[in-house]
Write a protein that binds this ligand. Sequence first.
Ligand code: AMP
Length: 425
Amino acid sequence: MTFEDFNFDASLLEGLYSMGYKQPTPIQQQAIPVITNNKDLIACAQTGTGKTAAFLLPIIDHILKAETRHLNTLIITPTRELAVQIDQQVDGMGYFCGVGSIAIYGGNDGITWEKQKRSLREGVDIVCATPGRLLALLQAGDINFEHLQHLVLDEADRMLDMGFFDDIKTIINYLPKNRQTIMFSATMPPKMRLLANEISNNPEQINIAISQPAAGIVQQAYVVYDGQKEKLLTEILKNEDYQSVIIFSSTKDNVKLLEKSLRMKEPSLKAFHSDLLQSEREEIMRDFKGRRLRILIGTDILSRGIDVEGISLVVNYDAPPDPEDYIHRIGRTARAEKAGVAITFINQRDQQKFARIEALMGREVDKLPLPADLGEGPVYDPEANKKAAFGGGGKRPFNKGGKGGGGGNGNKKSFHRKGPKPSAG
Ligand code: AMP
């Protein structure tokens, strides 16, 4: 499935491609058609799955296709940081189509408060707000949702944990009954169901549960430069306890290169890729299963579907593209209750990616020191990586004037002032 399949406006496609999105993630594949069809939705998906774009893309597209422009969408978030992050994503995706949003949250000074109110008067399409400040605005009559079409509750379980149940219900009393309600939540506690029953109408349900790796897998990682990877791998493969090994690399070409350079040192090794004939692939698989072949090198096509028992070691020569792939890859070991080891090589480029994988699993993987003769690896700062991976703005291709991490202010694009597009950078 590609983003073209959703029939999005060309300017929106341009925006999402400029953000580096190539393919919809699973939550996007499932949620976008539901939201586009105006159905209510409860989606269980964690941060890192691409959930924000899963609701923003169809909403922005809807706004672009609307005949008249009003304050169209309210997104309620538990924290100021999340409100700002979503606001920034609207900026990125809506950059080429002139869809505007504003982040509204408490705890700032009177000037910012006035700017927020001014932006609202000038007109925006989307408001991302925390419950407390939003309620204050509503009660003061400073915000008008009479034309609202979409309500999104993001991280709804967290809002309930923070005690916002009643505030949310009060806010909803100010909204039109005839609207689409979309709820995203990492978990689905009973109180969520209660809220969903009260505020949504026959919602579709989607569950993108991130599987946890099997308990028997020992996960380890090395922080390396690309130039150190091959030597490190050779060292690891010297351990004869590893009788059956799968090595994952990112592309078919890399798989072939790695096979070539390891073949002399490791005769019992084969590459597995789509350029092989079906008969060749079957033979390789038979040899691997029958323990006549010790090492298999492949791309992610190897991570799904192959069911070989007793794989003792999985090496991620390149960090996998996303958390689900990581779980699938390392799940090739420790099958059927057996223990296994999964080792990931993390180069500088993949550090943020790996931080996201760790966040999704809810645990950090041990980073082992490199063997002494390999020299020093790159610097690894877990906090900085986490911040870069989740702190908002890390992936943004541009940062428009007045909209830094400090949050929304009055300096926003609005549909009442359709001037020339601000220049990037
Ligand atoms: P989220 O789960 O919304 O917090 O998104 C996690 C990260 O994935 C964010 O940095 C997004 O910009 C990024 N992202 C979302 N959708 C895609 C996609 N289809 N392709 C690549 N990155 C994406």
